[in-house]
Design a protein around this ligand. Structure first.
Ligand code: PBG
Length: 326
């Protein structure tokens, strides 16, 4: 036997030297929920350890994140008032806009601010756009999404991330941002986004479950691979700067596919349901939480992700610090 793979596994020092996947804190993005009101830090029932914050409680949460070594957040807004056209999504005093202004003022560039651009948290019917009958009207929705993205940027967003899955939204957003002098603001598109039960806890967190029907006429069928690639390539053409695959864990084939077939950075979003499963399994004593978090993260990077969005960002940063991963 002249080839013995075990030679390279004999000690921790050797294993670390030949490690193929390196993970860096600078590639982590932490999703955070902000809601109207004051003095609020309420735990999300289906996502233990995750909270909804009012704007006044936000700086402390961001401070903790910075202390952990994570300097990128993505905001999700929970408005008080919802209507047919989701007007709080693009109101200059909307919840995300206020959160951005606060974060910008308090952290002056130390924290990179990203926003999720979508309508579902803001519409009374919970769909990701404006309705015509029972269908989401694609082209009318584009105008509102672009308006939302622009208002986020005007309030201080460093990058916008459309998650609605309407056709042509990247182009519509790019064009409105450019016309308003924001050529430098990147777009991270949720390019390959599946209609997934893994978003269940998020919809509980944000109160954004559709009041009728489902999202299958805009989010993708989870049986499809080529369609995902088509979406990714389209978004590149429309001007996306970063492509996201979502969810992460059950869709790592798509992370690899997008990585191999495009030239721009790839992001993977480990969503609420992935977080909730780990938390629930650990609470029951069925799995070891820390080790599972490390494996999930490493598998996303191994599949080719450059950027990892995760509710476990703080934990992963700590595990990197402790030398347990990366
Ligand atoms: C908005 C949006 C959703 C998520 C991110 N942006 C919900 C959905 O599409 O239903 C899910 C994130 C998560 O589950 O953690 N459209």
């Amino acid at each position: 036997m002249n080839i013995r793979p075990r030679r390279l596994r004999g000690s921790e020092i050797m294993r670390k030297m030949v490690r193929e996947t390196r993970i860096d804190k600078s590639s982590l993005i932490y999703p955070i929920f902000v809601k109207e009101g004051t003095g609020i830090k309420e735990e999300i029932a289906t996502m233990p350890g995750q909270y909804r914050y009012s704007v006044d409680r936000l700086p402390k949460a961001l401070e903790e994140l910075l202390d952990a070594g994570v300097n990128k957040v993505m905001f999700f807004g929970i408005p008080d008032v919802k209507d047919e056209v989701g007007s709080q999504a693009y109101a200059s005093d909307g919840i995300v806009q206020k959160a951005l202004e606060k974060a910008k003022a308090e952290f002056q560039g130390d924290m990179y601010l990203i926003t999720d651009v979508c309508m579902c948290e803001y519409t009374s019917h919970g769909h990701c756009g404006v309705l015509c009958g029972h269908e989401v009207e694609n082209d009318k929705t584009l105008e509102l999404l672009a308006k939302t993205a622009l208002s986020h940027v005007q309030a201080g967003a460093d990058m916008v991330a459309p998650s609605d899955m309407m056709d042509g939204r990247v182009r519509a957003i790019r064009s409105l941002l450019d016309r308003n002098g924001h050529k430098e603001i990147p777009i991270m598109s949720y390019a390959v986004k599946y209609a997934s039960a893994f978003y269940g806890p998020f919809r509980d967190a944000a109160g954004s479950a559709p009041s009728f029907g489902d999202r299958k006429s805009y989010q993708m069928d989870f049986h499809n691979r080529r369609e995902g690639l088509k979406e990714a390539l389209l978004d590149v053409e429309e001007g996306a700067d970063i492509l996201m695959v979502k969810p992460a864990m059950s869709y790592l084939d798509m992370v690899r596919e997008v990585k191999d077939r495009t030239q721009i950075p790839v992001a993977a979003y480990s969503v609420s349901g992935e977080y909730a499963m780990v938390k629930a399994g650990a609470k029951l004593g069925y799995i070891e939480e820390d080790r599972i978090i490390c494996e999930m993260a490493a598998s996303a990077y191994r599949a080719g992700t450059d950027i990892y969005l995760t509710y476990f960002a703080k934990e992963i940063a700590r595990f990197i610090e402790e030398g347990r991963i990366g």
